[in-house]
Write a protein that binds this ligand. Structure first.
Ligand code: GDP
Length: 284
């Protein structure tokens, strides 16, 4: 158990002296996350809450356009989510199998989340970053043109399953839409779809096809902005505002809060782990 008083939103984490130190010494905090908590405050804020970092550069009257704190886990929750993603003897995190058709998909009873996005959007890098606390997990990628792309299933202990869907767009196999569409429509235990958009270039034509698919099937989905380390703050802010406006005005099923990430700096990865743990019922 963490000390009482640690169930705070993100902002107060930085405002209260000693909270970080207390949390880093708590039994519920893994060693890896305890080290993260010892980072200088500004670095820590950027790592844990990348959008709040960007928000500081917005004029105050534009801030209400962004929905930054709909999901605002306490640091204790972030630590718990990191534990869920940490491979141990009692919490095995493994590749399960691959499938090219939904009827070949493993019959796993746990809640499931899936990741979809254009080829090259940074999907395998993101999944590797999410699984960095389980370094033995091999995130398989088949990028050779002509190779059949598959859905890859990974189990995270007894908690949930992560599905890496084949990338769409350039050189996608012809049956891609059929495969993804059928999966999205029929997978009963699918709790959330994560749709990756490259923050450098924003929403592209092919992304719209995936967005329309999610909307049509009334799926709860979330937009993740990848590669945020590649842009200047100004460019990132511009993209974030544009995509946020799109989400606010053109979508029904998309979670209003965007999740920016970098698989290089790990910015946003802890927050995303927490969100996944939350939507699969592991932070209740
Ligand atoms: P996928 O086709 O969607 O699985 O994309 P990959 O994960 O293979 O990434 C495509 C390219 O983008 C690779 O060259 C990665 O090194 C690069 N990349 C992926 N994520 C990031 C990121 O967060 N930051 C930067 N700078 N490059 C990234």
């Amino acid at each position: 158990m963490a000390a009482p008083g640690l169930r705070l939103g993100a902002e107060r984490l930085f405002a209260m002296p000693g909270v970080l130190e207390l949390l880093s010494r708590s039994n519920s905090t893994s060693q890896a996350f305890a080290e993260v908590l010892r980072l200088p405050k500004q670095q820590l804020r950027k790592l844990l809450y990348p959008l709040q970092e960007v928000e500081r550069f917005l004029a105050p009257d534009r801030r209400q356009d962004l929905h930054l704190r709909i999901f605002d886990p306490s640091p204790e929750d972030i630590a718990r989510a990191d534990n869920v993603f940490t491979a141990t003897k009692g919490n095995r995190i493994d590749y399960v199998s691959s499938a090219i058709r939904i009827d070949h998909a493993p019959d796993l009873p746990r809640p499931e989340v899936c990741f979809i996005g254009r080829s090259n959007v940074g999907k395998s890098s993101l999944i590797k970053a999410l699984f960095s606390l389980a370094p033995e997990v091999e995130v398989r990628v088949s990028k050779k043109p002509g190779h059949t792309k598959k859905m890859n299933f990974f189990k995270v202990g007894k908690h949930f399953t992560v599905v890496d869907m084949p990338g769409y767009g350039y050189r996608a196999p012809e049956d891609f839409v059929d495969m993804v569409e059928t999966y999205l429509k029929e997978r009963r235990n699918l709790k959330r779809t994560f749709l990756l958009v490259d923050s450098v270039v924003g929403i592209q034509k092919t992304d719209n096809i995936a967005i329309e698919m999610c909307e049509e099937f009334a799926l709860p989905y979330v937009i993740i902005l990848t590669k945020i380390d590649k842009s200047s703050k100004g460019h990132l802010l511009k993209q974030v505002l544009q995509i946020q406006k799109f989400v606010n005005t053109k979508t029904q099923g998309c979670f209003p809060q965007l999740f920016p990430v970098s698989s290089v700096t790990f910015s946003g990865i802890h927050l995303l782990r927490s969100f996944i743990a939350s939507v699969t019922g592991n932070l209740d």
